[in-house]
Design a protein around this ligand. Structure first.
Ligand code: OSB
Ligand code: MG
Length: 373
């Protein structure tokens, strides 16, 4: 008797969903979220769902939707099919042969985790070792056309109960904007994410961040740096949080030993999947480094995975797990993700715990690759 996961089909859906409002960061503006969904179907017709958080363009990291599809179909799927496996963790070492391409690995591994949990009849959060029934939600607010628009937007989200507001900053949209936000909202938990828009030449400006009592400043310096961040962290009282620079637990270990940051943003896609995200969490938890789950403008599928990982005990800061309605006119899952008084209730159904609604999926689907295995 074995409990091998025997796969029958794999489907890759190329998706395009219009954001309610364009999302602007220091690296660019997103109007439509173009992404991939991965569905794996076992011999009993049970489906597991994963989402690739790679974007249409390589501005956040080097991956794109097109490179992810190529990696999944031409390299990762053959590794999955090469030998039987009974747990998604067995794939991590197989995928290790493929350098990087973390988001591609994560999309496929995520679908297999959902399938695994459904076959066990357990919520994904429980399978991962989660301990929370609710996760605290923060919200990430892009660069706005003017400061008044930003203040109005923050006001609605604060009134809705979000536990932390993150604003995006870039040169020219930083100190004055934060001054205005703090003047209007002196008490809220506030942070700023620069998506690598500064360098050590901006030290004087970055030091001014300390006056705003920010919970953290996220990824102020280069996307591939941990050395300059250590120099900066020594000069700042505000904790530095790393996002783009951390792809593995080894990266985190080195960053922590250099003192490059006080907090780490864990994104499942950026670290190559749920197994690696849990491992990164375990390292930070044992080192006393707080983590939280970052977002990548996910549809309901990716959002559900984020909620599951955020139930681990070291996720002690609010995560970017906003309501579906913050981003979308309608999401592709039922029920939608809802933040109530700043928290999301973790689903108790098996797997990701949200149902993918086929009609809605089809509405936003550009094309499908359907592969018999
Ligand atoms: O840096 O955290 C980021 C969105 C796309 C790419 C990078 C980032 C973001 C966000 C949005 O901040 C977070 C969310 O999905 O709510
Ligand atoms: Mg970030």
């Amino acid at each position: 008797m074995n409990d091998f996961l025997i796969l029958d089909r794999l489907k890759i859906y190329r998706m395009k969903m219009r954001l309610k409002k364009p999302f602007e960061t220091s690296f660019g503006v997103t109007h439509d979220r173009v992404f991939l969904l991965v569905e794996v179907i076992d011999a009993n017709g049970v489906s597991g769902w994963g989402e690739s958080v790679a974007m249409a363009e390589p501005w956040y990291n080097e991956e794109t939707c097109v490179t992810n599809e190529h990696m999944i179909l031409d390299f990762l799927l053959p590794l999955v099919m090469a030998q039987p496996f009974s747990h998604p963790r067995e794939l991590v070492s197989r995928f290790g042969r493929v350098r990087r391409n973390m988001m591609a690995k994560s999309a496929l591994e995520g679908a297999l985790w959902d399938l695994y949990a459904k076959r066990k009849g357990m919520p994904l959060a429980s399978v991962l070792g989660g301990v929370r029934k609710k996760v605290e939600a923060g919200v990430s607010i892009g660069i706005q056309p003017c400061v008044d628009d930003l203040l109005t937007f923050i006001d609605t989200r604060v009134k809705e109960g979000y536990k932390r507001i993150k604003i995006k900053i870039k040169p020219g949209w930083d100190i004055d904007v934060l001054k205005a936000v703090r003047a209007r909202f002196p008490k809220i938990s506030l942070m700023a994410d620069a998506n690598s828009a500064y360098s050590l030449d901006d030290m004087d400006l970055l030091k001014q961040l300390d006056q705003f009592n920010l919970t953290m400043v996220e990824q102020p310096l280069a996307h591939d740096d941990i050395v300059d961040h250590a120099v900066l962290q020594k000069e700042l009282k505000t904790p530095v949080c790393l996002d783009e620079s951390i792809h593995t637990s080894e990266d985190a270990r080195k960053a922590l030993s250099l003192g490059s940051c006080g907090i780490i943003n864990v994104k499942i896609g950026r670290v190559g999947g749920l197994h690696n995200a849990a491992a990164l969490h375990h390292l930070c938890y044992s080192e006393g480094i707080p983590v939280w789950c970052g977002g990548m403008l996910e549809s309901g599928v990716g959002r559900a995975h984020n909620i599951a990982i955020a139930t681990l005990p070291g996720f002690v800061l609010p995560s970017d797990t906003a309501s579906s309605s913050h981003y979308w006119e309608e999401d592709i899952i039922e029920p939608e993700v809802v933040v109530n008084k700043g928290v999301v209730t973790v689903p108790t159904q098996p797997g990701i715990g949200f149902k993918v609604v086929r009609d809605k999926l089809e509405k936003y689907c550009l094309s499908v690759k359907d592969i018999a295995l």
